[in-house]
Design a protein around this ligand. Structure first.
Ligand code: MG
Length: 385
């Protein structure tokens, strides 16, 4: 049976690679809905190739350009975030790929879960900021959350054969990013361009900076807590520069199951779409002899303070992870704009999670209130930086 996909954030890195998976399996996957924030030209090109029933351009200023370009097609054109939340619940949608950037992915993802749609989750801020709300709603609605992030997909794949056995521990692998071998002084002067040069993965700007600070790994730790119902002490991060092992599960008897592959996001994306079936994929396959050796090291929390900050947020719980995410979102935008330095990102995040007004069990309103308050406060601090 053909699955019709809604791709939220179709012009980003995950969105484009999702469409590449669709291109490889036109008999299995169709496109129901494409949404983009700003990139009108690519959205139009994608719509002309994949013929979705609907497209949404979130930036309302670009609505007319998209509408004219698709005037003679059957695709309906909409603008604004409320259209995304509305259309994602539509009858023609079988599965939703949540690949928007940042906190903005939360509302449409909740709308889709509320409508009972399975979610292929790539937007990690959703679970970081609102893990208990999102997982609570998914459970209540009986909705599957299928991880797209390579590490969580790896854990998910390692657990497929585990039956009732729960993991004792998981090991999330981290490439270490572009500054793994740099010392702290050199990292302190790192430019935006250097931070955007990731050694193994080709991704969007926000997540590439998050990888350079290792906040991305911190977010993945918090995500793993929610996806696999683990305690902070059960989640271990190990630096593995080759990015061949995508993560590992350790059981009570010390046995470790790992999932390996060439770094290519299309594998986890495709599995989330085709699960429980595995489909062929024309990607590069592993050549073990040419890899030769795999290496591992402890992450360095002095050089990459965002990782311990994320663990701290996870342990404190409540709305602290939402504050962590909001402060980081503001700080990364400021770093990308050339307004603050590399270590100002972690300094700002540390201040914001220290000062947040604590809520032990925030509901959705509490999470939105935390996000807005912390984001505004972080921006205020950046203005005075
Ligand atoms: Mg990842």
């Amino acid at each position: 049976m053909k699955k019709n996909i809604a791709i939220l954030g179709s012009t980003g890195s995950i969105g484009s690679q999702t469409l590449d998976v669709v291109r490889q399996h036109p008999d299995r996957f169709g496109v129901a809905l494409l949404t983009a924030n700003n990139n009108a030209d690519l959205l139009v090109a994608q719509a002309l190739e994949f013929h979705p029933a609907d497209v949404v351009i979130c930036n309302e200023g670009k609505y007319n350009a998209v509408r004219y370009a698709l005037e003679h097609t059957a695709t309906r054109v909409h603008a604004g975030m409320s259209a995304v939340c509305d259309l994602v619940t539509g009858e023609g949608v079988d599965i939703v790929v949540a690949a928007m950037v940042g906190f903005s992915g939360l509302r449409p993802t909740l709308a889709a879960i509320g409508a009972g749609k399975p979610i292929a989750l790539a937007n990690k801020e959703t679970l970081v900021a609102a893990g208990s709300v999102v997982m609570g709603l998914a459970k209540a609605r009986g909705v599957d959350i299928l991880p797209v992030d390579s590490e969580h997909s790896a854990i998910f794949q390692c657990l497929l054969g585990a039956g009732e056995n729960r993991p004792a521990k998981i090991h999330l692998t981290a490439s270490g990013g572009p500054f793994r071998t740099w010392d702290r002084d050199r990292i302190a002067g790192a430019t935006r361009e250097a931070a955007l040069r990731h050694p193994n993965w080709n991704m969007g700007a926000k997540i590439t900076i998050d990888s350079a600070t290792m906040m991305n790994k911190g977010f993945e730790v918090i995500e793993a807590r929610w996806l696999f119902d683990l305690g902070a002490e059960q989640i271990h991060v190990v630096v593995h520069p080759e990015s061949v092992i995508h993560s590992m599960v350790e059981f009570a008897d010390g046995a470790v199951i790992a999932q390996l592959g060439c770094p290519d996001m299309r594998q986890p994306i495709q599995l989330a779409l085709s699960y429980p079936e595995r489909l062929p994929l024309s990607n590069r396959k592993l050549d073990f002899a040419s890899i030769g050796a795999l290496s591992f090291e402890e992450p360095d929390g002095e050089k990459f303070p965002c990782l311990p900050l994320a663990f701290e947020a996870l342990r404190r719980g409540g709305n602290v992870p939402a504050a962590l995410n909001a402060a980081n979102e503001a700080a990364v935008a400021a770093f990308l704009a050339g307004r603050i330095g590399f270590y100002d990102i972690s300094d700002l995040v540390a201040e914001c999670i220290r000062d947040v007004e604590f809520m032990a069990e925030p509901d959705l309103d509490g999470i939105f209130a935390t996000h807005e308050a912390v984001f505004a406060r972080a921006q205020e601090r950046i203005r005075r930086w």
